[in-house]
Ligand binder design. Structure first.
Ligand code: SF4
Length: 110
């Protein structure tokens, strides 16, 4: 087995579960639909995603991530995004989102 840091095979960075009955679970995903982060590793941490905050039946603040495509946008892109935000994780304190990740836009075809 090759170490992750030296392999040129990027198969571990994502996959699409085409048999999932919920696919596509988010609208507007760019590139390959990455299902690897179906349960986003950033749910308990600060993140730049466009989440909404709600209070569950136990009175705990939760993120509603329905509008977020960041963990799903392409295998390599979403892998890199998650690794970057897990480098120095900061526990989320239940506050509303105040920042948003700026997605790279494709060059105009005009
Ligand atoms: S808003 Fe996006 S990046 Fe943040 S926890 Fe939810 S799914 Fe993950």
């Amino acid at each position: 087995m090759q170490p992750k840091d030296t392999t040129t095979n990027e198969g571990f960075k994502g996959f699409t579960n085409t048999r999932c009955p919920f696919l596509p679970c988010h609208e507007g995903v760019r590139g390959e639909f990455n299902c690897l982060f179906c349960y986003c590793p950033l749910i308990a941490f600060e993140c730049p995603g466009p989440y909404e905050v709600f209070t569950d039946k136990n009175g705990i603040k939760r993120k509603d991530c329905m509008a977020c495509t960041l963990p799903h946008n392409g295998y390599r892109q979403s892998w890199t995004f998650i690794q970057k935000w897990l480098e120095k994780p900061v526990v989320w304190d239940g506050s509303p989102q105040t920042r948003y990740y700026k997605q790279k836009t494709k060059p105009s075809q005009d």
